[in-house]
Design a protein around this ligand. Structure first.
Ligand code: ZN
Length: 320
């Protein structure tokens, strides 16, 4: 073979790529740069409600598809939106019409800018939107400060104070503010006909509850909100946790509630007996639960015990 046809072939390929690149710039693309492809687990939960889950264990997404358009609960971190869209497309081709942000953490609203550009209406509690204007403290590793860059494009254009309802796709969907638990803007979402509850990060099944005191969270609120979820749930209710593998049910909520109440009471007794925080930590009030709930390096007993100690009015803190 002489060189000429090969050169022509290369020229043809390059021209095609150039034309494709030009064409691609004129299309409404999902993101400005290609995102890494992550396997998405599409899990039918119950009735008409699905969940999307990714191996990064970040926020679990709820999906209600149907002819009135898709309602999403949460939308993962910014770099995952292509994968979120791929998961939704495995369920339906309908447009994404509404996105509810359950709270102000980036792994639950990172897809907002792209989804809003695609025409979705972003919705959250008023406190979530207000906090999106502030620099963030993250609750991990004892509360490391992180200046999360928040762009105007992230912000919900529709907010609620106490509750709101959607009536779409044959489903009555109620969204409401729960007691300040994980943060002070936590929303539960309940799909009445499908009998599915999405809790956001108030409830998780992969580690101790994260009580984000930098964003208004509290143990008392986490317990109260979990009790409210248990009161709502019936024997067939399915519960999508903010984090954790798959979905669970009322018994899953009760297990976490019992754990939290036991740890709270143990620490309260230690405070009453005059123990300093260092002594409480050394006494390991979470010992019997650590194997199941305390295995994540960035959030375990040494993170949650000081927060509970402080909330319960513990004595002088020797640790800083
Ligand atoms: Zn969170």
């Amino acid at each position: 073979m002489n060189g000429s046809p090969r050169r022509m072939a290369w020229f043809g390929t390059l021209s095609l790529l150039f034309l494709l690149a030009l064409f691609a710039r004129t299309l409404p693309v999902a993101s400005e740069s290609a995102q890494q492809v992550e396997p998405v687990k599409v899990i039918p939960v119950q009735g008409n409600v699905y969940m999307l889950q990714f191996s990064n264990t970040l926020g679990n997404i709820g999906v209600l598809p149907g002819p009135d358009g898709v309602l999403l609960i949460d939308d993962q971190v910014p770099g995952m939106t292509d994968n979120v869209l791929r998961g939704v497309r495995e369920i339906t081709d309908e447009e994404i019409r509404f996105v509810i942000n359950t709270h102000v953490h980036m792994d639950h609203f990172g897809g907002n800018p792209i989804l809003a550009d695609m025409g979705a209406t972003i919705i959250s509690h008023k406190n979530v939107r207000d906090r999106m204007f502030q620099p963030h403290h993250t609750p991990r590793r004892g509360g490391t400060y992180a200046a999360t860059p928040i762009s105007e494009a992230n912000r919900p254009i529709l907010t609620f104070e106490d509750a709101m309802s959607f009536h779409m796709n044959g489903e009555d969907v109620r969204v409401w503010l729960v007691p300040s638990a994980h943060t002070d803007g936590d929303a539960f979402t309940y799909f009445a006909q499908s009998d599915v509850l999405h809790t956001g990060d108030v409830f998780r099944t992969n580690m101790y509850p994260i009580i984000d005191v930098f964003n208004g969270g509290s143990l008392a609120g986490t317990i109260a909100a979990t009790e409210a979820a248990i009161a709502l749930a019936g024997p067939n209710t399915k519960v999508i946790p903010g984090h954790g593998d798959g979905f669970t049910d009322r018994d899953g909520l009760i297990e976490v509630l019992d754990m939290m109440v036991d740890i709270r009471d143990t620490i309260q007794d230690m405070i009453v007996s005059g123990m300093h925080l260092e002594e409480v930590l050394a006494a390991r009030p979470t010992a019997e639960y650590d194997e199941q709930w305390g295995q994540v390096a960035t959030w375990n007993a040494k993170d949650i015990v000081p927060i509970i100690y402080n909330e319960l009015g513990g004595g002088p803190t020797l640790l800083r």
